[in-house]
Design a protein around this ligand. Structure first.
Ligand code: SF4
Ligand code: SF4
Length: 135
């Protein structure tokens, strides 16, 4: 099998994992951009929710996984409430995070958080952050 075919197969496998974990059919996305326009975090995302859907549709999951987009997603559900195709984008973002976390990769090291920050942060925010960012 050539490298190109192998890479395409890997991308398809990753695409299927997103579909399996999220339960969403990204092919229903018609690229209207509503999700990106209502997302409170899209201004800080290098890949917007609409762009993420397009990349996943084409089996290009790795660029989305390598971006900060899934981690910046606040799970506010605004995008899926407004999506005209009924796609639960929040579940897609959660699936992307799960793929990384299930590889035992942490996005934050609790030991590296300064003690002063821990003292200032609300405990509920710390717990929520660890649940979201650590495997
Ligand atoms: S709102 Fe729905 S259909 Fe429109 S770009 Fe976002 S995911 Fe696709
Ligand atoms: S759930 Fe995530 S992607 Fe959707 S609008 Fe909220 S922050 Fe943006």
């Amino acid at each position: 099998m050539s490298i190109t075919i192998l890479l395409r197969a890997l991308d398809r496998a990753m695409q299927e994992r997103v579909a399996e974990i999220s339960g969403q059919n990204v092919y229903k996305c018609m690229q209207c951009g509503t999700c990106s326009s209502v997302c409170p975090m899209s201004g800080d995302m290098e890949i917007t929710p609409r762009q993420a859907m397009l990349l996943i549709q084409h089996g290009l999951v790795d660029p989305v996984l390598s971006s900060r987009t899934p981690w910046l997603c606040a799970s506010c559900h605004t995008c899926q409430v407004r999506c005209p195709r009924g796609i639960e984008v929040t579940r897609v973002m959660e699936a992307l995070r799960q793929i990384v976390l299930r590889e035992n990769r942490d996005m934050v090291n609790p030991r590296e958080i300064p003690a002063e920050s821990i003292a200032e942060m609300p405990q509920i925010a710390l717990v929520a952050g660890f649940r979201k960012l650590t495997s």
